[in-house]
Design a protein around this ligand. Structure first.
Ligand SMILES: NC(=O)c1ccc[n+]([C@@H]2O[C@H](COP(=O)([O-])OP(=O)(O)OC[C@H]3O[C@@H](n4cnc5c(N)ncnc54)[C@H](OP(=O)(O)O)[C@@H]3O)[C@@H](O)[C@H]2O)c1
Length: 310
């Protein structure tokens, strides 16, 4: 298995160092390039994760094509080099989990990984088999985070995940949704189940989560992963041809990607955002959001007004 006990211990030590930095009020952990990166604590475990992770829907679903797989190796390598740890996937994403496994075998530092995937099946028994398959595809002994994808068959999977966590077969558990779907059901589960993480959509145009899910996550002490921060790329199509406002420099924002990502991670309830990309240059832009100042609440409102006025 790829993740040996000593690798896990090393990661725990690194996490402790990072969390000590957080306790000291720094909230940063070391990266190999460009200095320390912004990290956030997972409230239930105290471990920290960098505030930008990586999604894999579509971008890592490249099948058996070796040239495309090798391009994704470079994307993942760049992600780790720039301080990233959390990779999010799902059995719903075609070949993405197999491609992640291929990439992890080829990056020099795979123990940086915080592995997050999902169970996506109506039936509890089939869900167990699916999670075992995901471990095999990624090449990990256990996942750092297992999420119930879009609440599919959630009652049965919740039983499995609670037992798995108690037995140490998974480290954190959570639920996901996207596109603003089923927020009522989602909130009810947040209120009653012993979750570590929740994942949902939030971006500068889709702000429904501000009403209930983000405040509830803060109240319940849950880590929050944000998906679709670029609205699946649509934000670039709509706004990229316009100039960034000059005041974006006030929060160290060099491009539109950082504008969109810093908007998300500056929300106090957000732990981590998971943009997806197939490109190394885009990965570099995205990971730049882990550096420099963040916008405060007044500036975030100005950011919304600016894009809505374009
Ligand atoms: N229900 C769920 O659990 C759920 C639902 C949706 C998403 N998710 C997770 O969240 C992740 C992110 O959401 P998403 O993939 O839907 O969309 P997204 O991250 O909002 O957007 C991805 C798109 O943005 C483009 N992009 C990325 N960085 C860029 C940059 N710097 N400049 C210009 N374009 C850039 C990518 O194209 P390039 O490849 O050209 O960079 C890609 O087309 C998913 O991959 C998945 O892991 C989970």
């Amino acid at each position: 298995m790829r993740r040996t006990r000593s690798e896990l211990s090393r990661r725990t030590v690194l996490a402790s160092v990072a969390s000590l930095a957080g306790i000291a009020g720094l909230g940063f952990s070391p990266a190999r390039a460009a200095g320390p990166v912004l990290t956030r604590p997972i409230p239930t475990s105290g471990e920290t994760v960098p505030a930008v992770g990586m999604g894999t829907w579509i971008t890592f679903n490249v099948g058996e094509n070796t040239a495309l797989r090798d391009e994704r190796v470079e994307v993942l390598k760049t992600f780790f080099d720039l301080g990233g740890t959390m990779v999010d996937s799902s059995p719903m994403y075609g070949s993405a989990e197999a491609v992640i496994g291929y990439c992890l075998e080829r990056v020099p530092d795979p123990q940086r990984l915080f592995s997050a995937t999902k169970v996506w099946n109506w039936r509890q028994g089939a869900g167990r088999a699916q999670m075992a398959d995901s471990r095999r595809l990624w090449g990990v002994e256990r996942f750092d985070l297992m999420q119930i994808h879009n609440l599919l068959g959630w009652e049965g999977h919740m039983e499995t995940l609670k037992a798995d966590k108690a037995a140490g077969r998974v480290r954190h558990i959570g639920i996901t949704t996207s596109h603003g779907r089923r927020h009522g059901d989602f909130a009810a589960i947040m209120e009653t189940q012993p979750l570590d993480f929740v994942q949902f959509t939030y971006n500068i145009l889709d702000r429904e989560a501000e009403r209930r899910l983000l405040p509830l996550a803060a109240e319940r002490g849950l880590a929050v992963i944000i998906n679709r921060p670029f609205r699946r790329g649509e934000l670039f199509d709509r706004f990229e041809r316009h100039p960034l406002p000059a005041w974006a420099a006030e929060f160290d924002c060099a491009n539109w990607a950082q504008f969109f990502l810093k908007f998300v991670i500056a929300h106090p309830a957000v732990t981590c955002v998971i943009p997806a990309t197939s490109r190394v240059d885009h990965m570099r832009e995205n990971m730049g959001a882990l550096h420099g100042r963040l916008p405060d609440q007044a500036i975030r409102q100005r950011m919304v007004a600016y894009v809505e006025g374009l």
